[in-house]
Design a protein around this ligand. Sequence first.
Ligand code: GDP
Ligand code: MN
Length: 383
Amino acid sequence: MDLVEYQGKQLLAAHGIAVPHGRVADTAEEAVARADEVGYPVVVKAQVQVGGRGKAGGIQLARGAEKVRTSSRSMLHRPLKGHVVRRVWVEEASAPKLEYYVSITFDRAAKLHLIMVSARGGIDIEEVAADDPGAIARLHVDPLDGLDGASVVDLVERAGLDPSLTDQVAAVILALWSAYEDGDAELIEVNPLAVTADGRLMALDAKVSLDDSAAFRHPEWDEWRANEALDERERRARHKGLNYIGLAGTVGIIGNGAGLVMSTLDVVNQVGGTAANFLDIGGGAGADIVAAALEVVNSDPNVRAILVNIFGGITRGDLVAEGIVEALNRVSLRSPIIVRLDGTNAEEGRAILAEHASDRLLSEPTMEAAARRAVKVAGGSAR
Ligand code: GDP
Ligand code: MN
């Protein structure tokens, strides 16, 4: 089980590591109320199990209530790097003087635990490893021996941090070790471990994965798990290996390629509609995948029209069209489908669709025309 940031911070705090004071919120109004309690300025952080949120707009500084409201609205119920944001974390803003990196994980190849420390925190450790591997100090730990203080101090000294902070960083690593060992974690990564202006250490981010096979001895995990509960539609899609995110609108959307699906969502919005989901069928678009995608979208009671937007590259338009026709025979859809096919073998594909055209299967030549049609079919007034 992967924890979201605020859950990871709860685990760290329980082991005595300093974290910024913060509160969770599920709506923009709640976020404002929580920010008022925490005190401005705050940082609004999207709670999704993925790194690099900062660059993707998932971390925003707010000096007042209005900015908390707009930041939360820009994050909640929208996909961020392929994960829909259901919750934000509102925490006191900090102005780090330095950003370090610390992690503990299991190195399967070495069959040993691995602790890594770097003075170059705040950016992806993969990036550091690629352009300056010497900037990461490593320590392997035998699970049978455990960790001793002297090795930790040596590790910290090798990492080239501010020498006046050696003891503090070593103490954080020992606390992380107990969170990792006693907490049955498989990974704990603190990036950044911030050095505040007054020289204290604080975990500004926490990425934690727990070992599911140890769940029986951790009743306290139940609460974290409950918060993670997936939407029923997402569960169904995940089961079929589809990349699906449930949203609140009425136009079901199926496309190939994340970029194309995102722009389809935007175009549907632009012409006055609302998307019911994000569903990327990827490169393969045979009848099985198309049928599975249609089934998932069809299981959403809010859907009034299904927009299928395929740009053939490696995926051939004629095969997609055959897939759609075959899928229609297998799945009984509640809503009409509107198809836009372009790219490789699009003409052959459109000819196949034309043969089977009905008021349940419509075809449009462009993304915009298809979006307009879908919005109308869904009962909206397309702009
Ligand atoms: P990630 O991008 O998903 O790993 O999210 P992080 O929580 O690590 O935040 C990314 C970056 O945003 C950090 O390295 C910091 O530079 C910055 N950041 C996060 N929280 C704060 C904060 O409270 N104050 C300031 N000034 N920067 C922050
Ligand atoms: Mn981070």
